[in-house]
Design a protein around this ligand. Structure first.
Ligand SMILES: C[S@@+](CC[C@H](N)C(=O)[O-])C[C@H]1O[C@@H](n2cnc3c(N)ncnc32)[C@H](O)[C@@H]1O
Length: 261
């Protein structure tokens, strides 16, 4: 990372624009998205000051930075990502101010975020010990992943979550009606039509960039979760992206998961 590269300043942090752009959002949306993320977590899976939090796909700290105002010194946060420079930036800028916030890089190969990566997601053992985590967060990560890799992470979540813990994950979750509506209204700038089958129950938007946007049929998502030792708590939290649900705010769909009871 060059010291002179363009940066954008938010909440007292100078963040490289190049790394921010790898998260799917730029400087204009960073702060509103931080606020939206925190409000959604507060409403659906509140984080207590002493909680142990794990985030997968933490990027440049869109959640970690605001969570420094939520977690106490007794709480802890671990952010995992596959972009080495982002993890280095988070460690150099967030961990130095908040030592209970740690960041871990996995060199997982990914067409979009880490093309030269040498590992597979299925090689990863997440850092926390068994049954130690209160909250897991994933924003816009399963929306770029294949079934085998999601299944691996879900099994890891079942391992690291406390019996009372929950995981909040966003997805594109579809059925025939949702797909029909999305293709008619085309609400997002990404022309999300999901017309190509990647594997059973899994649709992609653009065969030239298969991992650019990945959707799951609702029954497939439920089967993936159930086969990993987790369960979906309540209903899927619908997003606005498809135009199918008449809701005031929100992009992707989300699920709250917990260990099967
Ligand atoms: C669309 S970005 C979202 C970043 C962040 N969650 C946010 O909302 O700002 C997806 C993130 O997931 C990371 N990612 C992709 N595949 C991953 C994997 N297999 N394990 C961990 N992180 C992954 C990417 O490097 C990227 O930072």
């Amino acid at each position: 990372m060059s010291l002179r590269e363009p940066i954008t300043r938010h909440f007292g942090y100078d963040i490289p624009i190049r790394l921010m752009n790898l998260t799917g959002g730029g400087p204009d949306t960073f702060e509103p998205m931080c606020e939206f993320h925190m409000a959604a977590l507060k409403e659906h899976t509140p984080i207590d000051p002493d909680h142990a939090v794990l985030e997968i796909g933490c990027g440049i700290g869109r959640d970690a930075i605001p969570l420094t105002n939520v977690l106490s010194a007794k709480g802890s946060y671990i952010g995992v990502d596959i972009v080495k420079d982002s993890i280095r930036w988070c460690s150099d800028n967030i961990t130095v101010r908040h030592p209970n916030f740690k960041f871990v890089h996995f060199d997982i190969g990914d067409q979009l975020h880490n093309p030269g990566g040498t590992m597979r997601t299925t090689d990863v053992r997440l850092p926390p010990p068994d049954a130690s985590i209160d909250r897991i967060i994933l924003w816009s990560v399963f929306t770029h992943m294949r079934k085998v890799d999601i299944a691996h992470y879900l099994r890891e979540f079942a391992r690291v979550l406390k019996p009372t813990g929950t995981a909040f994950a966003t997805w594109f979750i579809v059925n025939d009606e949702i797909l029909a509506k999305a293709r008619t209204v085309n609400l997002t700038p990404f022309n999300l039509r999901f017309e190509h089958v990647l594997e059973e129950g899994c649709l992609i938007n653009d065969p030239k960039s298969p991992m650019g946007a990945v959707a799951y049929i609702d029954t497939e998502m439920q089967a993936l979760v159930a086969s990993s030792g987790l369960e979906v708590v309540g209903d899927v939290l619908p997003g606005q992206w498809s135009g199918y649900f008449d809701i005031p705010k929100g992009g992707q769909d989300a699920t709250i998961l917990r260990r099967k009871r």
